[in-house]
Design a protein around this ligand. Structure first.
Ligand code: NAD
Ligand code: TYD
Length: 354
């Protein structure tokens, strides 16, 4: 019965923002793969993000912590996992500043734990892949005018978040070099789109503009981020998973740099227009606040390698995509209220008992 599946893929963090898009893509595009979504359902994990795939015959959900070695090993054995796409992480820079230890635990120890399970259960002769999903933040901050981050850029993380991701990247490469574990990595720029937890810039600000709440702009709003639509990222992960060269790293980015304050003005214009307000009316909500500690000035990714080797390119319709994203959050107020109220956490506590 179980052998009907051509691959048994463990996706970690599949109930989160990017993970849910990756799970949806893999479950629907590859009905002959079994997709096992392992997620702890922290505040950032939400099974409602996957309401449309939860009944598919090739989808399974396991509530577990990647830091629990026995549980991870059990899942590898029970589902005969042959590949991993590892996205589970603590992902918010501001939280990493107040609680760095949780980031070290999940992002470093959790990754090591998965690597160990792969090393201990996979037989060398059969095909396997451990795909580690990482961030451009490991490269540190770029001064204005400097060339984009390439795969050769030296690691220089500044926040506890990026330091923990950098450490996990190094461990993944070490398992490749030391034990011959087949791995591939990708480092991606800032994602936006539906189902992002509203503590990150774009969903937080859309929601605040709607409710006439202040928009806390760190520093002078001059920091630059390279924004990529989340489905473009999921498409890149699919390609790299299938065709990426073992042992390699691929940068994924949008070639789409925005100064925070300019992006915020686009969001204000779009929300005001869609809500029938006078355009720009919500500019008054902009509130400059104390800068984030160690705030990286600029991230920008060169994804030429991915384009040249695998033919991937970002979709370059930023204005359309951001409007689509704004519409999605405006149309899903219930989703926003639910994830911010803590109701869904209480529900999971009742369902899963921890
Ligand atoms: P997210 O915070 O939205 O989701 C993280 C998911 O991991 C949640 O479902 C959470 O429940 C789960 N999780 C957390 N700790 C866990 C644990 N100990 N065991 C099992 N599950 C656990 O994050 P995201 O924005 O979707 O990011 C996913 C991955 O992509 C991360 O590895 C992140 O570093 C990377 N990334 C994110 C971005 C971005 O812009 N969001 C950009 C580049 C790379
Ligand atoms: P964020 O979405 O937290 O992503 P990251 O820090 O991983 O890039 O923030 C994006 C940018 O927006 C970053 O430069 C910090 C800034 N920012 C604010 O100015 N105010 C806010 O309330 C938040 C959450 C972010």
């Amino acid at each position: 019965m179980e052998s009907q599946f051509k691959k048994n893929i463990l996706i970690t963090g599949g109930a989160g923002f990017i993970g849910s898009h990756v799970v949806r893509l893999m479950v629907t595009r590859y009905p002959h793969y079994r997709i096992v979504n392992l997620d702890k359902l922290t505040y950032a994990g939400n099974l409602a993000n996957l309401h449309d795939v939860q009944e598919k015959p090739n989808y399974r959900f396991v509530k577990a912590d990647i830091c629990d070695p026995d549980e991870v090993r059990r899942v590898f054995e029970e589902y005969r996992i042959d590949s991993v796409i590892h996205l589970a992480a603590e992902s918010h820079v501001d939280r990493s500043i107040t609680d760095p230890l949780s980031f070290a635990r999940t992002n470093v120890m959790g990754t090591l734990n998965l690597l160990e399970a792969a090393r201990r259960t996979w037989q060398p002769a059969t095909p396997h892949l451990f795909y580690h999903v990482s961030t451009d933040e490991v490269y540190g901050a770029l001064p204005f005018g400097d060339a984009l981050f390439t795969e050769e850029t030296r690691y220089d993380p500044h926040s506890p978040y990026s330091a923990s991701k950098a450490a996990s990247d190094h461990f993944v490469r070490a398992y490749h070099d030391t034990y011959g574990l087949p791995v591939v990595l990708s480092n991606c720029s800032n994602n936006y789109g539906p189902y992002q937890f509203p503590e990150k810039l774009i969903p937080l600000f859309i929601n605040n503009i709607r409710h006439n709440k202040p928009l806390p702009v760190y520093g002078k709003g001059e920091n630059v981020r390279d924004w990529l639509y989340v489905e473009d990222h999921a498409r890149a992960i699919d390609l790299i998973f299938h065709r990426g060269r073992t042992g390699e790293t691929y940068n994924i980015g949008g070639f789409n740099e925005w100064k925070n304050i300019d992006l915020i003005r686009v969001m204000i214009k779009t929300v005001d227009r869609l809500l029938g307000r006078k355009e720009g009316e919500s500019e008054k909500l902009i509130t400059f606040v104390t800068d984030r500690a160690g705030h990286d000035l600029r991230y920008a990714i060169d994804s030429t390698k991915l384009k040249n080797e695998l033919g991937w390119e970002p979709s370059l319709q930023f204005e359309e995509r951001i409007e689509k994203t704004v519409r999605w959050y405006l149309d899903h107020q219930e989703w926003l209220d639910n994830v911010t109220s803590g109701d869904y956490q209480r529900y999971y506590q009742k369902m899963y008992g921890n």
